[in-house]
Ligand binder design. Structure first.
Ligand code: ADP
Length: 270
């Protein structure tokens, strides 16, 4: 086929445009990579510095404060572990390596354990916790991953709520599912940011003036994990008034379901 000079020119122009788009995209990726590295370094370094500091105070003989110091060390060690766990979990999901060990779990017990894991933050910010769980609810879930989702949403609701705020945990059966809701009366999320908050590394507000720690991975991990369980996660929020994060999971009856293992690439493997 013979192309006319004009066809060739059009084709070249399209190629040039495509190249320019690729260049812009590459610059964007590079920039993201750099800001991720800076953010990750900061998020890993800060708790480590605090851990070293308090470990040194302890070894220098701060006996009377030993209890307080070990508490602080435990909190920052948890924060560090949580950051690393989020990165590893996303990596396992991306490579199809993450396997869920599904069983019928009592929701009240999971909620209680998640609250215990966030006890220090709750006390520090004098947050009032209200619990309104329908009785005897069981969900078909992986214990460790469900705890992670619960603890992440609780942690966010405490972090983004001012001192002495209120956080409510609710659970209701809806046909074959259970819907769990974690509400706060905190800072809320501007409507234009709502569609993005479950994206990896997304954080609302101006990065230069942000006063909250975090990598912007918590909600992305929660979403992936809930969806791997066959559930859904969504948010309702009013800026300056508060947020409600809801997620659904398959309902279970105690002891009836056999254990099952599930991963992303082969949903049912045992
Ligand atoms: P981060 O590590 O920044 O907390 P997340 O993925 O957990 O990352 O959350 C993404 C963004 O969504 C947060 O940076 C915050 O701006 C917003 N967000 C999450 N939970 C809440 C909440 N309960 N109230 C207000 N904003 C929230």
């Amino acid at each position: 086929m013979n192309l006319s000079a004009q066809d060739l020119e059009t084709e070249n122009a399209a190629l040039r445009e495509e190249l320019e788009r690729a260049r812009v995209e590459l610059r964007h990726l590079e920039k993201n990579k750099r800001s991720f590295t800076a953010l990750a370094a900061h998020e890993l370094r800060t708790p480590l510095t605090i851990l070293f500091g308090y470990a040194k105070l302890l070894s220098d003989g701060g006996e009377s404060e030993a209890h307080e110091y070990t508490d602080i060390i435990a909190t920052y060690a948890w924060q560090l572990k949580n950051t690393i766990d989020s990165i590893i979990t996303l990596q396992q999901i991306d490579t199809g390596e993450l396997v869920l060990n599904l069983q019928a779990l009592p929701l009240a017990e999971i909620s209680e354990n998640a609250l215990i894991s966030r006890q220090r933050e709750i006390v520090e910010k004098a947050v009032e916790i209200r619990s309104d769980l329908e009785k005897d609810l069981y969900v078909q879930a992986d214990r460790e991953r469900l705890l992670l989702v619960f603890a992440q949403l609780l942690s966010n609701s405490i972090k983004y709520t001012p001192h002495a705020g209120t956080v409510t945990v609710e659970a209701r059966a809806k046909q074959a599912s259970v819907v769990i809701s974690i509400r706060d009366n905190g800072i809320g999320i501007p409507p234009e940011e709502l569609p993005h908050i479950f994206e990896r590394f997304y954080q609302t507000g101006d990065p230069l003036t942000r006063q909250y720690n975090g990598l912007g991975l918590g909600l992305a991990v929660a979403k992936e994990l809930v969806e791997l369980h066959g559930g859904r996660i969504w948010v309702e929020s009013t800026y300056n008034q508060g947020s409600a994060f809801h997620f659904s999971l398959p309902r279970a009856k105690p002891g009836v379901q056999p254990n099952a293992k599930v991963n992303r690439s082969a949903r049912l493997i045992a």
